[in-house]
Design a protein around this ligand. Sequence first.
Ligand code: CMX
Length: 425
Amino acid sequence: MSIIFDILSKKIVEWRKEESAIIEKGGAKILSQVTVAQAYGGMRGVASLICDTSRVPQDQGLIIREIPLKKLLDKTPEEIFFLLLTSELPDKNQLADFSSEIRSRKNVPQYIWDVLRSMPKDSHPMTMLNTAILVLQKESVFAHRYDDGMRKEDYWKATLEDALNLVAKLPAIAAGIYRMRFNKGEIILPDPAMDLTGDYVHMLGLDKSKKEEFNDLMRLYLVAHCDHEGGNVSALTNLTINSALSDIYYSLSGGFDGLAGPLHGLANQECLKWILEIMQKYGDAPSKEQLKEIVWDTLNSGKVIPGYGHAVLRVTDPRFEGFLQFGKNHFPDDPLFITVARLYEVVPEELKKIEKIKNPWPNVDAASGSMLYHYGLKEFSYYTVVFAVSRSLGLTAQAVINRAMNAPIIRPKSVTTYFVKEFIS
Ligand code: CMX
């Protein structure tokens, strides 16, 4: 059995003891209160969930297992997945073992390709991805072992099997969707000798010039989008579905249905679309004055500025900073990149003038799409799929941890407007 099962077996015993001690000592302490406005306002700011894989302080951005993202930007998706699962970065042996465990699980059953090929040609790539994950559900180790009467103690092991299988297969499925949906020729099958990033790039089959650079961008992309605590739309959906002991094929596909929304993961597609429209209107690299004009045209037409604002963050997203630095290092003269960087000089100052907007700063989606575009991945309806491949690391890790901790079914209480009217009178 792979090292990851051994490490987690030991850690989970400790984590369970720690949780019991916490609840015994401070279980009655009040973590958060909920105002009527918060109940109507998407529960914003209500601390009522435990998620140990990562946290997002509003003044710092993503911290994975107590390591700020800025210190992890040179890591690989395999290292990050190990960190999310275990709370520690792997040493050399652990990484080799973990990587080979993932590499051995890459094969995608033929029926997935058959189903994807039978979908309407204009299906959104996210619909194709979520369909593929759901169709793959029949492979769930958790579902089969549950049917066979698996003990509760072992739920996490079966969930980890599913997590490793899904994370290993998603790059092939995602790359296959790209090639089918955008008529790029035959799908390219996974290579068990390659790491997650290299294989994903290989299977996308893009122009091979600047291959090393694109490989590095993809590595950064897969690391930067991996997790963002437990309360965002996709994470909460994933955890809620999984809490019913629906396996992670069900929960991940449900979570990704949320990621497909324009206020969440689809914002990177929306953002690039918006920037390309600007460039079409004003020519390459519009001036600051022109950008200011377009920002107000967009706002006055009742639309949001994609890639700006956040439900939690109140500073520039460190993930945006990571991509901005990548662009500065590799293609500072690309007009698209110049526009992205110039928007960063313009948009926050304008959004600050609108009182209701709590965060005028860019989130990850303000830059990520332009990076993929630069290297020839120009079909921006595909960008949320790349986001999802990365986010599968965090969402599956969260599900494994919750099964390990025997997290109960999620069931907050709702109240009616009738109740609230009585309550405030
Ligand atoms: N442009 C215009 N208006 C904005 C705005 C933006 N970028 N960001 C916030 N606002 C508006 C909201 O629409 C809201 O208006 P109403 O009260 O009229 O509905 C008001 O400001 C208050 O919003 P908020 O409390 O600052 O932000 P929320 O927590 O409600 O929403 C988010 C957060 C991300 C949905 C919002 O900032 C937004 O729509 N941004 C643009 C889309 C985007 O980039 N999404 C990606 C986020 C990252 C991710 O999850 O992937």
